[in-house]
Ligand binder design. Structure first.
Ligand SMILES: [Zn+2]
Length: 206
């Protein structure tokens, strides 16, 4: 799994949902986001979130979405499901029509199973272009980037570093990038505890 390897993600684009939109109305809030599911660690991640009463946003690759995945539980426990495309391509390498097909198919598959409108999209690898934003407007979804990457995908042997990557870069309105990985599951209780120790609250997208 290769995604952008910067902990702090800088964006100049004004169109995508970013941390500062959260800070307008709320103070000291952060959002946990989990990419690349639904996977086998999802039930245990949900257990931790439930124990700690923390809401989160899950951006799913719809090629992995079998109807038996616990999507109902995700919604019932107050989380949000967004799209992370069907097959996780680099959208910048695709023509408008291909991007439209990739994004719309993913949104439709999620909606057909879940029965609710899907409003948020996270571009694979955090990569997008003007066509992506045009498609998203067309299909009524909003791009959601992150402000703090945990780098969890590189830290299989060092889950404690997932916590320190996030906590040392935390800021008001931070959107935190995590994945449905075993090391992330291991680090999650401590991550939540340490974020709370810094007096932040967990919220969902605007
Ligand atoms: Zn991804």
């Amino acid at each position: 799994m290769v995604e952008d390897s910067k902990v702090v993600y800088d964006l100049n684009d004004q169109v995508v949902t970013r941390a500062h939109e959260l800070t307008k109305n709320r103070q000291k809030c952060v959002v946990l986001t989990f990419d690349d599911g639904p996977g086998r660690y999802l039930p245990q991640i949900l257990d931790v979130l439930k124990n700690e009463s923390v809401p989160a946003v899950f951006f799913w690759q719809t090629r992995l979405l079998h109807p038996k995945r616990p999507w109902k539980r995700v919604l019932e426990e107050g989380h949000i499901i967004g799209s992370h495309s069907c097959k996780h391509p680099d959208l910048r390498k695709m023509q408008y029509q291909q991007q439209y097909h990739e994004i719309f198919t993913s949104k439709k598959k999620l909606q057909d199973i879940i029965g609710e409108p899907i409003r948020y999209f996270r571009p694979p690898f955090g990569q997008y272009n003007a066509d992506t934003l045009k498609v998203l407007e067309e299909v009524d979804m909003k791009a959601v980037m992150w402000s703090t990457a945990s780098l969890d995908w590189e830290l299989k042997a060092h889950p404690e570093q997932i916590v320190s990557n996030v906590v040392s870069h935390i800021e008001e309105g931070a959107i935190i990038l995590l994945h449905e990985l075993p090391q992330t599951l291991l680090a999650l209780p401590d991550l939540i505890r340490q974020i709370r120790n810094e007096h932040y609250f967990f919220t969902l997208l605007p």
